[in-house]
Design a protein around this ligand. Sequence first.
Ligand code: DGL
Length: 272
Amino acid sequence: MNKKDRPIGVFDSGIGGLTVLKEIMKEMPDEGTIYLGDTARVPYGIRSPETVIRYSFENTRFLFLRDIKLLVVACNTASSVSLGNIKNSIPIPVVGVIEPGAKAAVMATRNKRIGVIGTEATIRSDSYTMSIKAIDRDVEVSGLPCPLFVPLVEEGWTEGDVVTLIAERYLKEIKDKGIDTLVLGCTHYPLLKEVISRVMGEGVRLIDSAVEVAKEIKEILEIGGLKKEHKEHKDKPLREFYVTDLPERFLEIGEKFLGQKIEHIEKISVSS
Ligand code: DGL
């Protein structure tokens, strides 16, 4: 197949990466996509770096064998601990979610105080702090894990008293640091944007990595001559979904996340 016509591969530990896929589809509607959600092994955010690296390699191999032209590691946890290893293992561009979010945060901050919220593994890895400091070492970065946000979103509880109370309890610590910019450093958090924004107050700008990642992919495809050519009478772009556990729940929540029907979904195994 012509290189330009090949799909973009996206993987996440589960359903959350659909926030990134949605932005990719919005920004580049002609591009075909293959999404892999490792639903049998989610969450990655509580696991050791070694385990996350192994899972990431297995997901990468699965997608690479499907003739993708670019790989997106949509999971913040996997991007934090395994991006370098993945980049060295395949001969196509690999995009993670940390750097684009870090860049956008540095551009946005006025008082040079940035907060980052994510899973325990992401915050522990210090990946955002290192990326932000590589751009501007004078920026102060405060990281905070918010582990309950993932199951809340998975349950579809993205608003209401319970989620507001939990957000208030978590975010108090980071609010006290006087930040003016907050990175939503986890695939699930953009779905809690409204609550988080309300709790943080007007003076704090939220950075959604998903939006920044889609912009970065578009740029890489354009510069690399990999962008799919727009044709007037074209077939529908490829939209394939793979999961490592039962597809029913993914389908139900995923269609809500994406705001559209998921037509091709299959349960597969990636482990060797
Ligand atoms: N996808 C993960 C992330 O962005 C959140 C869910 C998990 O812990 O696997 O960090």
